[in-house]
Write a protein of this length. Structure first.
Length: 461
């Protein structure tokens, strides 16, 4: 049995145990705790994650759980009250993003999050690339502010034959590229059109900078050009952010006909289109060429990132833009952070130039296909009445539940049952039309975990 009270009781007992131990001492294994306290593994896992969130313990996967460093406290607790007054009423709400980066405690299955599980990452090739890169003294010199030439050439080649290396700005990950592009293109208070639903990270970045996201609905072929035109004329927006290929969270691919329509609607409105091509290397079936390859007059600002297909800390991405907007985005990045760290740029270039790179891409594609199929089969079996997408790329299934279900409560119940899933609500700029959950097939340790995760979700439901 496990419920909130048994988790709370165990957490209290473990706190007392931790207080008796010294920094760095190892706690008994989860199995030993299960037996010692006569509780379920999920209760142990939840109680440990409560203590981890309080900073009392740290879990080192494969190694165990240890007592964390205790902060040295002065006798009088500091009074931070003045800061609330000084900071005023502006807020930066990162919950939409933090919810995407949960730490799965031992025993918990992760069907949330948007990166590759460690077993799918090119760990050896990355280590070799990093070692070659960091041992070259020149890697620690200041790079050209737009990025090292070899990497700019590689990004340009990936996007299309008409893209020049000079159009590429290397950035520190997709989120930084997105945030800098938005701030370069929009003035505070401006509307920003986004697909509805969309990537929660664009909503939090836009709101933090004082922009107003306005949703334009998608259907199975991607964003609806008729409604996009209406939204441009209603709001006077000058920027539309979209993910035409393997859209997060729905997996939709914008149809060929609509690609041309979206560009002409934006062109007629005198607006930019930010194309977030975050999942280009996560294709299960090949997708259409990027919107940027159809663009003749600098309408499209194209974003692409290496983190998704390698590892979350390979924080190298690119912005591809032409005309004065390119200089505006470059200047915004220089003002923010000068340039991305050169050792990481050199590592990225070593990695994508190594013979193991195409092998890695092939292995990821095969693994993602199998994982997607396993997860989709488990959903069809365990969750009758729930409709799910079968994406041709990306990392997620998008599940639609019957009206009336509280998907946030379901996601919380799922956590109590030992599986992390993402509620759909943070993906919508306004009220969602129905309850949705997003399930990732890339974060679990194995296909067996995907199946077990859906079984736990069905129990929670
Ligand atoms: C659609 C989309 N764009 C951009 C990002 C940012 O990724 P990163 O900063 O790791 O490149 C994400 C991450 O989840 C995403 O899903």
């Amino acid at each position: 049995m496990y419920d909130d009270s048994s988790i709370g009781t165990l957490a209290t007992r473990l706190r007392a145990e931790v207080a008796r131990l010294r920094t760095g001492d190892r706690l008994p294994s989860s199995r030993a705790l299960t037996e010692q306290y006569k509780v379920s593994p999920v209760t142990v896992s939840r109680a440990l994650s409560t203590l981890a969130a309080e900073g009392l313990i740290v879990t080192r996967p494969g190694n165990g759980t240890f007592v964390a460093d205790r902060p040295v406290r002065s006798a009088a607790a500091p009074d931070f009250g003045w800061q609330a007054v000084a900071l005023g009423d502006r807020t930066v709400d990162a919950t939409g993003i933090s919810a995407m980066m949960p730490v799965a405690p031992e025993g918990m299955i992760a069907l949330s999050g948007g990166y590759l599980h460690a077993s799918l990452q090119p760990a050896r090739a990355l280590a070799a690339a990093a070692s070659r890169a960091v041992h070259r003294p020149s890697s620690w010199e200041r790079p050209p502010v737009s990025g090292i030439p070899g990497l700019r050439e590689w990004f340009a080649r990936c996007v299309g034959p008409d893209i020049a290396p000079g159009d590429v700005l290397v950035a520190s990950g997709g989120q930084a590229a997105l945030s800098a592009s938005l701030r370069a293109l929009l003035a505070p208070g401006a509307p920003l059109l986004v697909e509805s639903p969309t990537y929660p990270g664009v909503l939090v970045a836009a709101r933090a900078a004082g922009f107003h996201p306005v949703g334009v609905p998608l259907d199975a072929d991607g964003v609806r050009p008729d409604l996009l035109a209406e939204a441009f004329s209603m709001t006077g927006a000058r920027v539309f952010y979209c993910q035409p290929t393997y859209h997060n969270p729905t997996g939709t691919v914008l149809s060929a006909q609509r690609r041309a329509q979206v560009l002409s609607v934006a062109r007629a409105a005198g607006a930019f289109v930010i194309e977030d091509d975050y999942a280009r290397h996560l294709a299960i079936s090949p997708g259409p060429p990027p919107l940027a390859t159809l663009d003749r007059d600098g309408t499209v600002v194209h974003l692409t990132s290496l983190t998704k297909v390698t590892a979350p800390s390979m924080r190298i991405a690119a912005v591809i833009a032409r005309g004065p907007v390119a200089e505006r985005i470059r200047a915004t990045q220089v003002v923010d952070s000068f340039f991305p760290a050169r050792p990481l740029q050199e590592t990225a270039l070593e990695l994508v130039s190594s013979p193991s790179w195409p092998r890695h891409l092939g292995a990821v594609r095969t693994a993602l296909r199998r994982r997607r199929d396993t997860l989709a089969a488990a959903v069809a079996r365990e969750l009758p009445g729930v409709s799910a997408t079968t994406p041709s790329g990306g990392l997620h299934l998008w599940l639609r539940f019957p009206y009336g279900l509280d998907e946030v409560a379901l996601a919380e119940a799922a956590t109590r049952h030992g599986v992390l899933v993402s509620a759909g609500r943070p993906s919508f700029p306004a009220e969602p039309p129905a309850p949705y959950l997003r399930l990732s097939y890339s974060m679990a340790a194995s296909e067996a975990e995907l199946t077990e995760g859906v079984r736990r979700l069905a129990q929670a439901l």
